[in-house]
Design a protein around this ligand. Structure first.
Ligand code: IMP
Ligand code: MG
Length: 181
């Protein structure tokens, strides 16, 4: 089996700086939108966004409610199957809530467009997306990302929640996976 090589794309410090900027913008934008005592309704996409969410949410100076959804468009390969399945649904209702979806990377956009349709049908007060990374060249369906860490080229990335065959999620940095021999 060929050895996979990792080339660091974003260091832990660079990721932290992106999270700090995103959290400041989110805190600023929602502090006047939320009523006293109202929480920002955060929906985290499992499994990849868990690491991002844990770091970002601790930098957000607002009351938050955290829920999880698992929508899968990937098997164990590096290409999207184009088939999106809801594997674990949210446990709270977003009706009338200010909802922010957290995803670690937007690729084809299929996962988020399915999620947006499902959540919009439940009539939230507002619905926005925050993603650490986006690969615009891979988009198959347009998705508006309201809060974006940074755009990336079409390279397969691992670490900080991103996996390849369920491996590498716990790496502190985000690296390009080069599996060529
Ligand atoms: P989309 O539906 O094609 O936008 O897929 C989004 C999901 O695919 C992301 O939330 C990731 O879980 C996964 N994904 C997309 N690109 C990568 C990558 O470069 N490495 C690992 N997972 C990825
Ligand atoms: Mg994901």
């Amino acid at each position: 089996m060929p050895m996979s090589k990792l080339h660091v794309f974003l260091s832990a410090a660079e990721i932290e700086a992106l999270n700090t900027q995103l959290a400041a913008r989110i805190t600023h934008d929602y502090q006047d939108v939320l009523k006293p005592g109202e929480a920002l309704h955060v929906i985290v996409t499992l499994k990849g966004a868990v690491f991002f969410a844990a770091d970002l949410l601790r930098k957000i100076d607002l009351p938050v409610l955290v829920d999880f959804v698992r929508v899968s468009s990937y098997g164990n390969a590096t290409q999207s199957s184009g088939v999106v399945k809801v594997i674990h649904d949210v446990e709270t209702t977003p009706i009338g809530k200010h909802v922010l979806i957290l995803d670690e990377i937007v690729d084809s956009g299929l996962t988020l467009s399915v999620l947006l349709d499902r959540l919009n049908a439940l009539q939230p007060a507002s619905l926005k997306i925050c993603a650490l990374l986006s690969k615009p060249s891979r988009r198959q369906t347009p998705v508006e990302i309201h809060y974006l860490g940074t755009e990336v080229e079409d390279k397969f990335l691992v670490g900080y929640g991103l996996d390849h065959g369920e491996r590498y999620r716990n790496l502190k940095e985000i690296s390009v996976l080069d599996s060529s021999p």
